[in-house]
Design a protein around this ligand. Structure first.
Ligand code: SAH
Length: 209
């Protein structure tokens, strides 16, 4: 998977590649799908949701450029796979999943893989998780109509937010970097994620940036 799908498609960060090699993706899907776990595509995890494609997990992680001492937030934990990759690369990971049954499943899978530095909770994370802010890294694993202001506000000095932004059919991975009180946004990679739900998600109606 690492050589065929990630290096060949341009993932170059050696720490990200190492983490992707270490985390066993088959542990985050149902046993019946384990045989397909290392193919480069999303797979169903129930509740109409999917485990993200390995390339997109690697790309989002590379853009977020996690460092060993970093505190990270993931919005949209789903299976827990992206959180497990962040857990290899950061000091502490907070992960939010809006579907309680998926949050429970992610917690179990993460515990079984021995990740001790991840906390998963079930609630609408479209406005972030202020209780543990600020974060050096924020990865949103579901597509948003626009970048929620509250999430940007939870970035630490020098922090990076990666979020798919666009319509339901196609989005672009946006990278927002905080430099002092300045925020620099770039659009990096075309992608297709499931919808971000909740207050600042698709159809949420709350005003944002
Ligand atoms: N990173 C996950 C991707 C799962 S798909 C993985 O590797 O498996 C995206 C997930 O985001 C879904 O499980 C969905 O239920 C969740 N989600 C959607 N809107 C959300 C919100 N507002 N807050 C938290 N989770 C949300």
């Amino acid at each position: 998977m690492v050589t065929e799908q990630l290096i060949r498609r341009g993932i170059g960060d050696p720490r990200v590649l190492a983490a992707m090699g270490l985390v066993e993706r088959h542990r985050f899907v149902e046993a019946a799908l384990a045989g397909a776990a290392y193919e480069d595509r999303p797979l169903p995890i129930g509740h109409g949701q999917t485990i993200s494609q390995p390339y997109m997990v690697a790309r989002a992680t590379e853009l977020a450029a996690p460092l060993p001492g970093d505190r990270a937030l993931e919005v949209g934990a789903g299976s827990g796979y992206q959180a497990a990759v962040l857990a290899e690369l950061c000091a502490e990971v907070f992960a939010i999943e809006i579907v309680p049954a998926l949050a429970e499943r992610a917690r179990r899978a993460l515990a079984e893989t021995g990740a001790r530095n991840v906390t998963v909770e079930a609630f609408d994370g479209s406005g972030g998780w202020p209780a543990h802010a600020p974060y050096d890294v924020i990865i949103v694993s579901a597509g948003a109509p626009r970048i929620p202001t509250l999430l940007v506000g939870e970035l630490a000095e020098g922090g990076r937010l990666v979020i798919p932004v666009g319509g339901p059919q196609e989005q672009e991975l946006a990278l927002v970097r905080r430099v002092g009180d300045d925020y620099q946004t770039s659009f990096e990679t075309r992608c297709r994620y499931v919808d971000l739900r909740g207050r600042f998600g698709v159809g949420g109606g709350a005003p944002a940036a």
